[in-house]
Design a protein around this ligand. Structure first.
Ligand code: 26V
Length: 818
């Protein structure tokens, strides 16, 4: 049946029949008794049928053409919903809509029933998802490898202004996109001991005898590219115990003990770690890392050998990208497999390992750099610890042979940190084990060269390279913003859908056409109304869609400086009250984002946003000039509604601290103007878009470094700005927290004494930039001209461009001919 249906299903009628067949034979329902969710499942399964044939074809082509495969190892894939993504890339979106309409089913309703797969925290995980889509689009044979978490990132509920974390349950109704592959499973060991078998030359043979085995079971999700170019695989591992039940213990009456091992093993894939800095260090996290790395390496080596290829040719046919240091244990595990299992000589194995692996760094924040206590490694991964010691020793030998004896240098590049209770530095391990180390924006890469990896960079000046991030335009423009897409197609032709990177540039002349600017503004109104409707429904707050929608949505982090935005909000509130005669531009301040559960300061910032929101929104003297909303539970699908509706995009991190940012690109692509610091990819955005079409303000990374070296006391800055002092004092004294006037005293006093992220130091410049925003808003012709130019000049930030660079400069692969 699949065969026929797949071949000729571009017609609405055949697709309709397919949906009905799925509803009946796979879901077990009829149109008469089907719930909305049953329809969702039926359509998803119908779409999935279309993926399958392409999927097999693609895999065969790769082998026939002796192509190299890319393996993207990531602990996070922040995928979001897949129904519209898949239908749209298959070219079936309109067909499906029409088929459902004929069946009297509301497509908009059922698309919103799909759970949002949140197997990631933020930027790093979403980047992995964008990359998977781009690799499929570019016909690059790629597999994503990660963990099939039973629970993704927590659901954020805001109660009385405070964040609460609730368990996320995306799998409750099953997952129509995945295929369980019980036959694809590997055993992953932990603990135990290492046996030294026999001495041969200077390196002895070792065998690791783990005392615990966990089974990794594969779950495959097809990833289809634009115009079903090719279909790749996202393979996620679920952890299972080797034995479901220890019958002996059970029979002896120990009913809990009989399943204790099951609980322990399966906890590995139970839940995503809900933090994107600090808080690591737990054993379970290290177990997750090793679990998915070991299963993935075993799997890709098995695939290599099945093709009758020699293990020595691994780097010719395999490129492995490590998404941050989370999979860095791959360096030691690949060495173990090559040396202990495939009996390669150490230096040959090392050559293959470094030629195969490459590593992307996503943050310079010291608290987010991973390291593991040596004692924990010795207990959990004894053989890997030996290998790490050996890698370290051979490396130091090789430097000494080159007459490098500088003690400080040797300390800084060592894989072992001796200063903090002996820890393995995963960044150093990833660096040494890789032939390429890349940062994610030009500024970030340069800072990598100057800071964390400066000594490595001196020794290996060729290894660090830049790959500025990008985003997939299919999801973040075509799917999220069909109105703007239609306008672009009308202006530039259908070609913009296939080559937006280059074609968008031809939009530039349209910025000068008043009729086009009006249409551009009209599609924005449409998106703003949709967002306003969502806010009204979910929060009971009504928004003025004529006001500037001023948006900051991202994880809550001190370095991202939501606090700076809130200080501006309060200062603006005070100015509007004190100065009612001024013709203020109306504003809606929109916030959303999750805080790590244990990050108290970030949770307090959420509470502050909600306290300010409550106070401001209830103040009649403002006449609706200012509204503040904190929209709960930010996730990919909410982003798809918020981003097209933004007039102003807040990208205001302390310069030097945001590695790249990717929402900055999504906003600009949709025509929002950016107010931002010269940080991360904002720098390159300003080069592409033109500074005159953005609101760039504040200290540069260099100035930040210099100011931070001086001191972090902000008395002088506060004394110099009445507005800042007024805003701080209002928050401090409880204007927004009358129920608990002391709630923010600590927060504000802390800020004055030790402003690590230079919020106060950048306040005045930020205030002034915001007034430029008001002025531009008052001259719509100029505002919309800049908006159109933002869309026209953001083509370079396509993840297709990024992936092409990885393919050429790191992986040495090209797309398959289909
Ligand atoms: C670190 C940790 C530390 C231990 C606990 C779990 C955990 C999870 C994730 C991370 C790394 C977070 C790094 C990250 O997300 N970086 C972001 O990467 C984006 C894509 O490159 C980039 O746009 C953002 O600027 C950068 O913050």
């Amino acid at each position: 049946m699949a065969e026929e249906t797949v071949k000729a299903t571009d017609t609405v009628d055949t697709f309709k029949q397919l949906i009905l067949a799925k509803l009946r034979y796979s879901v077990g329902k009829d149109p008469g008794n089907a719930f909305a969710h049953d329809w969702f499942e039926a359509v998803a399964l119908a779409a999935r049928d279309h993926l399958i044939d392409h999927w097999e074809d693609a895999s065969l082509q790769v082998d026939r053409q002796e192509q190299k495969r890319v393996y993207y190892l990531s602990l996070e894939f922040l995928i979001g919903r897949l129904l519209v993504d898949n239908l749209s890339n298959l070219g079936l979106l309109d067909t499906a809509r029409e088929a459902l309409a004929q069946l009297d089913v509301d497509f908009e309703q059922i698309r919103n029933l799909e759970p949002d797969a949140a197997l990631g925290n933020g930027g790093l995980g979403r980047l992995a998802a964008c990359f998977m889509e781009s690799m499929a689009t570019l016909n690059i044979a790629a597999h994503g490898y990660g963990i099939r978490y039973e629970h993704g990132l927590f659901r954020q509920v805001v109660v009385d202004g405070w964040q609460q974390e609730h368990t996320e349950t995306w799998l409750d109704f099953g997952n129509p996109w995945e295929f369980e592959r019980p036959e694809v499973s590997y055993s992953v060991g932990f603990g135990g001991s290492v046996v030294n078998l026999a001495d041969s030359g200077d390196i002895s043979r070792h065998e690791w005898h783990p005392n615990e085995q966990v089974r990794a079971i594969a779950y495959d999700t097809p990833v289809v590219g634009w115009r079903h170019s090719s279909v790749n695989t996202l393979r996620l591992w679920r952890a299972r115990a080797e034995e479901d039940l220890q019958l002996e213990r059970f029979n002896a009456g120990d009913h809990f003990g009989a399943v204790a091992d099951v609980v322990k093993a399966e906890s590995i894939s139970r839940v995503l770690y809900p933090a994107d800095s600090t808080e690591a260090g737990q054993e379970l996290r290290l177990r997750q890392e090793f679990f998915f790395v070991s299963a993935s390496l075993q799997d890709l080596i098995a695939r290599h050998l099945e093709l009758n290829l020699d293990i020595h040719s691994l780097p010719d046919r395999v490129a492995i990208q490590l998404n941050d240091t989370h999979p860095a244990i791959a360096v030691a595990e690949l060495m173990r497999l090559l040396v202990d299992v495939y009996r390669l000589e150490w230096f040959e194995a090392w050559k293959l390992t470094t030629a195969t692996l490459s590593y992307t760094n996503h943050t310079l924040l010291p608290e987010a750099l991973e390291s593991w206590p040596v004692s924990l490694m010795e207990r959990l991964l004894p053989r890997h610890m030996q290998i790490i010691y050996l890698i370290n020793a051979y490396h130091i030998d090789s430097l000494r042979a080159k007459d490098i004896h500088d003690f400080d240098l040797l300390r800084s590049i060592s894989l072992i940190d001796e200063d903090h209770g002996r820890r393995v530095r995963m960044g150093n391990l990833a660096f040494l084990g890789s032939h390429s180390i890349n940062g994610v924006s030009a500024l970030h890469t340069n800072l990598m060269r100057k800071s964390v990896f400066s000594d490595f960079h001196r020794l290996y000046p060729e290894r660090i390279n830049n790959k500025t991030n990008g985003v997939t335009f299919r999801r973040w423009l075509f799917q999220a913003n069909p109105q703007l897409t239609e306008l672009l197609v009308g202006a530039l032709g259908e070609g913009v859908l296939d080559t937006p990177e280059t074609t968008l540039r031809s939009l530039e002349p349209f910025a000068a056409k008043s009729s086009f600017r009006k249409q551009f503004a009209a599609q924005r109104q449409h998106a703003k109304k949709a967002l306003a409707e969502l806010v009204r429904e979910r929060m009971g707050i009504s928004l003025d869609t004529q006001a500037i929608f001023d948006v900051q949505v991202k994880r809550i982090h001190e370095y991202k400086r939501q606090l700076l935005n809130l200080l501006h909000t309060v200062a603006l509130y005070q100015a509007m009250r004190n100065d009612p005669a001024t013709d203020w531009a109306p504003r809606v301040k929109i916030f959303a984002g999750k805080a790590a559960a244990s990050y108290h300061q970030a949770k307090l910032i959420i509470k502050l946003a909600n306290d300010i929101s409550r106070t401001v929104n209830a103040d009649p003297t403002l006449r609706g000039l200012l509204k503040v909303v904190f929209i709960p539970n930010y996730n990919v699908s909410l982003a798809e509604v918020i981003i097209p509706a933004a007039d102003l995009s807040e990208q205001i991190s302390t310069a030097g601290l945001e590695a790249s940012g990717t929402s900055n690109m999504k906003f600009a692509l949709n025509g929002a103007l950016t107010i931002g610091t010269l940080d991360g990819a904002n720098v390159e955005m300003s080069e592409q878009i033109g500074r005159e079409n953005m609101f760039i303000f504040g200290m540069t990374a260099q100035q930040v470094a210099a100011r931070s070296r001086r001191d972090l006391n902000m008395s002088a800055e506060v004394a110099a700005s009445e507005r800042l002092a007024g805003a701080l004092e209002a928050i401090r004294s409880g204007v927004f927290s009358p129920d608990d006037p002391g709630r923010y005293t600590g927060l504000i006093d802390g800020l004055l004494a030790h402003d690590r992220f230079l919020v106060c130091a950048d306040f005045q410049a930020y205030w002034e930039a915001q007034r430029k925003v008001d002025i531009l808003w008052r001259t719509p012709d100029r505002w919309w001209q800049a908006a159109v130019l933002n869309t026209a000049r953001t083509g370079w930030f396509s993840s297709d461009r990024t992936i092409r660079e990885y393919a050429k400069e790191i992986w040495n692969v090209s797309g398959i001919d289909s």
